[in-house]
Design a protein around this ligand. Structure first.
Ligand code: KG4
Ligand code: ZN
Length: 332
């Protein structure tokens, strides 16, 4: 069964063709980084307008790359939530038009749950149940996953998402947008223990994340010592210290969630899961603890439509379908 996936929830216009929820025949992603960089973050109206321009060429590109005709597609999967409303509407309108004209089923997908499906697009796939941590620009969520459509939320961030913290700290350090990759690049040569940065916890809620205190701590350091920004070594140290604090917070809660749920398998996905240091720490710990870790390749961790098609396939198999009045939602 061939599913065309469409993703427009934020600043990436993406389309993909996936066979039977497993085999990626094509995955095309048009990023808008440069467009939003000058504003230091995603501008919702600009994102929506760019999706409008990019979406049909991106869909055509995905069909061409897969060597598939539009008429050979068996179903359309589209991100329905969460995301920027104007951006989601563009994807949904295109998906509805395709579903209507082709007479093929349409299914709406939760973007966060779709991120988890990236783990099923690689050779070795996790068996159920497993714990999953979705670390993206807008969310930091822990789930217990018992089946393709059975995902229970175990914990999330009470304030900033991990990716948001990377982006905000990058802005404080004048590194530009998007922040994650730029901080990672600086951190490579930095000394992570040069600055003592906090690992905020929420009393009585061990699986709740919190990153705003860490961001405030970095802001405080920079206010006290503005000279850091003019010193290459100090910038690298601060980036490394911040990255290590985020990685610690993420990894420690992921292990806790596994322990609590009695799961020996962990999937980590979402844009921040592309971070090399996070991958290294998770891999080392999983090896020591003899846990099975599933880390999709970076291109499947950041936003893409293959994950949307993969979840769409599972939902269609479970009998879920959206009619042409289906709405979009900003929340997850
Ligand atoms: O999942 P994603 O592509 O989009 C959302 O659904 O939000 O995640 C984007 C987030 C951004 O905050 C970006 O800074 C972060 O993922 N990110 C990274 C890295 N690559 C992307 N954070 C840390 N290290 C990276 N290498
Ligand atoms: Zn995402």
């Amino acid at each position: 069964m061939l599913i065309l996936g469409i993703e427009t929830s934020c600043d990436e216009t993406a389309a993909a063709v996936v066979e039977d929820g497993r085999r990626v025949l094509s995955s095309v992603v048009a990023t808008q980084f440069e467009l939003h960089a000058q504003y230091g973050g995603v501008v919702p109206e600009i994102a929506a307008r760019r999706h409008l321009e990019n979406l049909l060429p991106v869909i055509q590109g995905a069909l061409d790359q897969a060597g598939v005709l539009l008429t050979e597609i068996d179903g359309i999967a589209v991100t329905q939530r969460p995301g920027l409303i104007g951006a989601l509407i563009i994807g949904m309108a295109a998906a509805k038009a395709l579903s209507y004209t082709l007479g093929k089923p349409l299914v709406g997908v939760n973007h966060l749950q779709a991120h988890i499906m990236a783990a099923f697009l690689t050779e070795t796939v996790p068996a159920f149940p497993f714990a999953a941590m979705v670390v993206s620009g807008g969310h930091t969520n822990l789930y217990r996953v018992d089946g393709f459509t059975e995902m229970a939320l175990l914990g999330r961030s009470r304030d900033d998402a991990a990716g948001e913290a990377f982006d905000k700290v990058a802005k404080l350090m004048a590194l530009g947008y998007p922040g994650g990759v730029r901080i990672e690049a600086l951190a490579i040569t930095g000394n992570a223990s040069a600055y003592n940065l906090p690992r905020p916890r929420v009393h009585g809620e061990p699986l709740t994340f919190s990153f705003s205190g860490l961001k405030t701590a970095v802001a405080g350091r920079l206010k006290q010592h503005p000279e850091i920004l003019a010193d290459d070594a100090a910038r690298c140290d601060l980036a490394a210290g911040f990255q290590e604090a985020v990685v610690d917070s993420l990894a420690s809660r992921a292990w806790l969630a596994m322990e609590q749920e009695g799961c020996s398998r962990l999937v980590v996905c979402g844009g921040v899961a592309a971070n090399g240091r996070l991958r290294q720490v998770l891999q080392e710990h999983a090896q020591d603890a003899e846990h099975d870790l599933f880390l999709p390749p970076p291109a499947l961790c950041t936003d893409n439509a293959a994950m949307v098609a993969a979840l769409g396939y599972r939902l269609l198999m479970a009998g879920e379908c959206l009619d042409l009045t289906g709405d979009v939602f900003s929340r997850g």
